[in-house]
Design a protein around this ligand. Sequence first.
Ligand code: NDP
Length: 284
Amino acid sequence: MATVIDGKAIAADMREEIKADTAELVAQGVTPGLAVVLVGEDPASRVYVSMKEKACAAAGIFSDEHKLPAETSEADLLALIEKLNADEKIDGILVQLPLPDHIDEAKVLDLISPKKDVDGFHPYNVGRLATGNPLFQPCTPYGVMKMLERTGVDLKGKEVVVVGRSNIVGKPVALMCLAEHATVTICHSRTQDLPAKVAAADVVIAAVGVPEMVKGAWIKEGAVVIDVGVNRVGEKKLVGDVEYDAAFERASAITPVPGGVGPMTITMLLYNTVVSAKRRAAGE
Ligand code: NDP
C-alpha cells in the first residue's frame, strides 16, 4: 500500500511561499510581472490562460494579458514579443500554445528573451538544462522534481525509468533526474520489453498520454510512481498513464490523477516568474 503524494497540498504550500516571496519583492519596489499572450479562441487555451491569471492574482504577481484575435499576423505577434522583451515590468513571457496555423510557433518562441522564458522551452534554456547549468526549467517536469524533493525521495544512485520522450515532459524530466545523480532510462514507443524496464525502476515517471498503459503488475515492490498523464475517459473521468489501483498496491508512494502532478504546473510557472523577478531585483 502506497503513500499518496498529494500534489494539491504541495502546490498549495509552494504557492504560499511564492506569495511571501512576492510580497518581499514588492516591498523592495519590484512587482513580479508575467505577460500571458493568447492568440485566437481555442476553448482549452482560454481556460488555461484564465487559470494562470487567477493564480497570478492570488500570489500578488502582476499579470499582463494580451488576448489577440485569431487573424493576428505573425509580424504583429513578433512585434509584441519584442516589446515585452524590452518591458522592465515584465519578468516572464508566456505564449499559450497552440498558435494558429499561419504563425510559425518556433519563430515566436525563439524570439522570447531567454531571460524571460519562464516556460523553459527556448533552445537556449534547453541547452542550459542539458549542460547541467539551468536558467529556467520547464514547469511540468520541474514540478515533478519538486514533488519528489518534498516527498523526501533522494534520487542519487536510483534507477529512474521515464516513459515518454517529449520535449515538454519526458526529455527534460530525464535530464533533471540525471542532474540529481539518478541512473536514467528513457523509454518510448519503440522500446522493447517495456514491462522489464519498468520492473527495474526505483522511480517510474510516466508521461505517455495513453490511459493506464503502465500496468500495476510491472511496478517493483516499493517503487515511487509519478504519473504525469492526464487522459479523459468518457464524459468526465480523468485517468493517468498508470493503472492506479494495481500500482497503488505495489508502490511505496504514488501520485493520483487528478490531484497529483497537475496542480504543480501553474505553481512552477509562478515560481519561475518570481525567480526571474528576484534576478531583476538583484540587477542580474
Ligand atoms: P507526447 O504525446 O508529446 O509524448 C508521448 C510520449 O509517449 C512519446 O515519447 C511516445 O513515444 C511515448 N509513447 C506513446 N505510446 C507509447 C507506448 N505504447 N509505449 C511507450 N511509449 C509510448 O505527450 P506529452 O509528453 O506532451 O504528455 C504526456 C502526458 O502528460 C499526456 O497525458 C499529457 O496530457 C500529460 N501532461 C500533463 C501535464 C500536466 O499535468 N500539467 C502537462 C503536460 C502533459 P514516441 O516518442 O516514440 O512517439
